[in-house]
Design a binder for this molecule. Structure first.
Ligand SMILES: NC(=O)C1=CN([C@@H]2O[C@H](COP(=O)(O)OP(=O)(O)OC[C@H]3O[C@@H](n4cnc5c(N)ncnc54)[C@H](O)[C@@H]3O)[C@@H](O)[C@H]2O)C=CC1
Ligand code: BAL
Ligand code: NA
Length: 503
């Protein structure tokens, strides 16, 4: 099917370097959330296909063309992938928007980030060659020791729909850089661009089995991957309940996992900020970018009482000015949410908030000019108390709830009043106060005078119920490495622990 001059490719599962029909031959429709139309379909993998892909991955590790590569050789593949991605950037960005509802501007930015992330891990793969073997000096004559950093093995990468190709890349690029063989299971709600990554890997001649891509439903394709005895690690980004299932399955085999499970992140705004509009825009971007479907969205605005009224007035003006439209339209700043399920979920959160006594200051309805599609106006909710669902639970939609504070102590208590621990933001020009908050925030990511800017050189992940482990940066590579110590006895003398029978 061709939409706006982009053909939706029809693909199979990408296993062992080729396209392969799923054993059970099932397919899942692709729905464009802007129109609610079916625009194609993706293959639905099951446990049988997981077995085939895991075997292909194991064989890749055993073969010299992947298992014995240097980091420099792997870097060449990663750079070739990045180059192909950029060649197809505009097509891939359109496909991402059609599949997920992301604005075309954000999809295009994602494709740049995806290519840059492959390039970044190409550099780290090269650097790994000099760090592969590290001597450790024990200051003993009788022992020579060193530490090897080796690929961990076969890794399962289970990813969400909010940044479909980018979240996959945060795991695929470092896994390949480390020399692992990977099986990617993208979200069934948005898999098109991840399948195209398969085509790109085929074109650049990535050795068969190094990366396998299995689209399909979570319980049918993700669960058998998590519990597979020959998968050495699972890296997951998605919801808390699914994270618990994956960790439980992996625990039976003592399989390591890393989990990035979203949050309910605070943005604390103090009255000493110089420019109200600049702070307002960050608050807006922090919660409404990507239609609020961001794990680190700062969806709790905690504002100093002295400026609350003026701040909210401006926030309202800015919010009303956001262009909501088909994500492919120029200047669109807010597209639909990803699916009918997510749409219903967002609307339910809003009605629950009303029923619990909160005030809908603005939004939360279907925009009048959009009759179809999973569109909802951005929402600002006030009169919130800390026992309300809207204060406590992740919505994953353009929903901002607001509370005020008087003192710094009160602000930090409100900020940390959450089971999650992914990100926190503070807006203040007082450097020492920002330092105090940096220490006090119980999260893995701190933003000062901004919210959301993300750089692939920096560790990404949280604490508390937001999970553990880190993507990105050198930390994102380490998790795909096995650290192996080698201890050699170099003395000609006997060990002399036991009495020799010949004496
Ligand atoms: N932390 C984050 O970045 C994300 C958080 N979410 C949250 O999750 C909510 C629900 O969204 P979903 O798409 O249903 O998230 P989900 O957590 O169910 O899906 C994420 C991935 O896990 C897979 N999966 C589902 N069940 C599985 C199982 N039993 N074993 C292995 N893999 C499984 C899915 O197929 C998908 O690839 C959202 O409303 C949002 O609150 C959703 C996406 C991303
Ligand atoms: N910048 C966003 C990453 C995420 O939502 O997972
Ligand atoms: Na879709």
């Amino acid at each position: 099917m061709a939409i706006r001059n982009v053909r939706i490719p029809s693909r199979q599962l990408y296993i062992n370097g080729e396209w392969r029909e799923p054993v059970k031959k099932n397919r899942i429709p692709i729905i464009n959330p802007a129109t609610e139309e079916i625009i194609g379909d993706i293959p639905a993998a099951t446990a049988e296909d997981v077995d085939v892909a895991v075997e292909a991955a194991r064989r890749a590790l055993a073969r010299d063309d992947w298992g014995s590569t240097t980091g420099a050789q792997r870097a060449k593949y990663l750079r070739a992938i990045a180059a192909k991605l950029l060649e197809r950037k505009s097509e891939l960005a359109t496909l991402e928007s059609l599949d997920s509802g992301k604005t075309l501007f954000e999809s295009a930015a994602d494709m740049d980030d995806v290519a840059a992330c492959f390039e970044y891990y190409a550099d780290l793969a090269e650097a790994l060659d000099s760090k592969r073997k590290t001597p450790v000096n024990l200051h003993l004559d009788s022992f020579k020791t060193y530490v090897l950093r080796e690929p961990l093995g076969v890794v399962g990468l289970i990813t969400p729909w909010n940044y479909p190709l980018l979240m996959a890349t945060w795991k695929v690029a470092p896994a390949l850089a480390a020399g692992c063989a990977a099986i990617l299971k993208p979200s069934e709600l948005a898999s098109i661009t991840c399948l195209e990554l398969g085509e790109i890997c085929r074109e650049v001649g990535l050795p068969p089995g190094a990366l396998n891509i299995l689209t399909g439903l979570g319980p049918e394709a993700g669960a058998p991957l998590s519990s597979h005895p020959h998968v050495d690690k699972i890296a997951f980004t998605g919801s808390g309940p699914t994270g618990v299932k994956i960790m439980t399955a992996a625990a039976q085999l003592v399989k390591p996992v890393s989990l990035e499970l979203g949050g309910k992140s605070p943005i604390v705004v103090f009255d000493d900020i110089d420019n109200l509009d600049i702070a307002v825009e960050w608050a807006l971007f922090g919660c409404f970018a990507n239609t609020g479907q961001v794990c680190s969205a700062t969806s709790r605005l905690i504002i100093q009482e002295s400026i609350a009224s003026e701040f909210l007035d401006r926030l309202l003006l800015w919010t009303k000015n956001i262009k909501i439209s088909d994500p492919l339209e120029e200047d669109c700043k807010l597209g639909p949410v990803v699916s009918s399920g997510q749409y219903e979920k967002v609307l339910k959160f809003i009605s629950n908030a009303k029923n619990e006594g909160a005030t809908i200051l603005y939004g939360g309805k279907r925009p009048e000019h959009l009759k179809k599609g999973y569109y909802v106006q951005p929402i600002i909710i006030t009169d919130v108390n800390t026992s309300m669902e809207i204060w406590k639970e992740e919505v994953f939609g353009p929903v901002l709830c607001v509370k005020t504070f008087k003192t710094e102590e009160e602000a930090i208590e409100l900020a940390n009043d959450t089971k999650y621990g992914l990100a926190s933001a503070i807006m203040s020009k007082d450097v020492e106060r920002c330092e105090r908050f940096t220490k006090a925030f119980q999260t893995g990511i701190i933003w000062i005078n901004c919210s959301q800017p993300t750089f692939h050189q920096l560790p990404w992940g949280g604490k508390k119920r937001s999970g553990f482990g880190r993507d990105l940066g050198e930390w994102g590579l380490e998790k795909y490495l096995n650290i192996k110590q080698v201890t050699e006895y170099t003395s000609d003398d006997a060990w002399d622990f036991y009495k020799s029978p010949s004496n």
